[in-house]
Design a protein around this ligand. Structure first.
Ligand SMILES: NC(=O)c1ccc[n+]([C@@H]2O[C@H](COP(=O)([O-])OP(=O)(O)OC[C@H]3O[C@@H](n4cnc5c(N)ncnc54)[C@H](OP(=O)(O)O)[C@@H]3O)[C@@H](O)[C@H]2O)c1
Length: 294
């Protein structure tokens, strides 16, 4: 049995769909915080278990009888993220899971300027010390983030953001398919995978050029001051720590932390991963809806 956590989230639910194309439903189980949200999976014969990393008592049942468990990283930062991930890893080990997989990031590093990256690096250390075979899927930066950064640029003619650097934007769909392949055909990776990225790293000037081409009019890349960016987000109601974490994405990309491009994802999928050009061109015909379909 393979257990997937976060199966009611954007990545996890896609992983389960791709797994069900490869394995019978009785070999697939999910651990979710709200089983009612996974009723459609139970109806298809998938075992639905309740598991919340923040409630360790729920986890032995969530991971029971699992040969492999994919831990989808939580959406928290810092100590809280680490506490949740530690609880999940130790419960999986105690439940006798044969291999623990974890959704890490291409930029996982203790000294990253983006707060989520040290969390991934620290979780990988927890895994390395857990005494169980493990695989850390070093996922590329979600391409859905590009859609958020583009925002209203198509209407205003300006893509406004702090100074950035190239990022190898990668879709949820491609990363989910890769995770399903790694789970269904085990034995490929031990420890951290190479970066699982699409084929090109683009900065926001490149993105503005693609938008201009598909819109048939100029969309300018306008660099805004870091502190003005934070103040603007806070002015729109975002808590300052969160706004600073968002700025961290730019500081880190400026330093080249997400610029690597690697063929491993393409090799796993047996086809080229979807490109940002493709996504943006498709979304320009669908009023920016693609943020939730990548
Ligand atoms: N590669 C990247 O560029 C990138 C970018 C952003 C985030 N991430 C990471 O990738 C993860 C998955 O991405 P996503 O797009 O699928 O995010 P998402 O849609 O927000 O899904 C996150 C999943 O984590 C589950 N979760 C949160 N707290 C949990 C807890 N205490 N115990 C068990 N499960 C918990 C959520 O459960 P519910 O469904 O019950 O809410 C949800 O299913 C994110 O959580 C984040 O760690 C990666």
């Amino acid at each position: 049995m393979i257990i997937v956590t976060g199966a009611t989230g954007r990545l996890g639910r896609r992983v389960v769909e791709r797994l069900l194309e490869r394995l019978p439903a009785d070999q697939v189980g999910v651990s979710v915080r709200e089983p009612a949200k996974a009723r459609h999976l139970a109806d298809r014969g998938v075992q639905v278990r309740r598991g919340d990393f923040a409630e360790p008592a729920t986890l032995p049942g969530a991971f029971a009888d699992a040969e492999q468990a994919l831990l989808v990283s939580s959406d928290r930062f810092g100590e809280e993220a680490l506490r949740l991930h530690r609880a999940a890893v130790s419960a999986a080990v105690r439940a006798g899971v044969g291999r623990v997989l974890y959704t890490s990031h291409q930029g996982a590093a203790a000294d990253s300027l983006f707060a989520a990256m040290p969390d991934h690096a620290a979780t990988e250390e927890v895994l390395a010390e857990a005494g169980v075979p493990w695989t850390s899927l070093r996922n590329g930066f979600y391409a859905s983030t590009v859609q958020q950064l583009v925002g209203r640029a198509r209407e205003t003619g300006e893509l406004r953001a702090p100074e950035d650097g190239p990022v190898s934007w990668t879709t949820h769909d491609d990363l989910a398919e890769a995770a399903a392949i790694v789970l269904a055909e085990p034995g490929r990776f031990d420890g951290p995978t190479p970066p699982l990225t699409a084929g090109q790293a683009l900065d926001l000037a490149d993105v503005a050029a693609i938008l201009s081409e598909s819109a048939g009019r100029a969309i300018r890349r306008v660099t805004v001051d870091d502190e003005d960016y934070v103040a603007d987000l806070v002015g729109h109601g975002m808590p300052e720590p969160h706004a600073r974490a968002m700025l961290g994405v730019f500081l880190a990309s400026r330093r080249g932390e997400f610029a690597v491009v690697d063929p491993t994802l393409r090799d796993l999928l047996g086809r080229p991963p979807r490109s940002v050009r493709d996504l943006l061109t498709a979304s320009s015909h669908s009023s920016g809806q693609a943020a939730h379909t990548t």
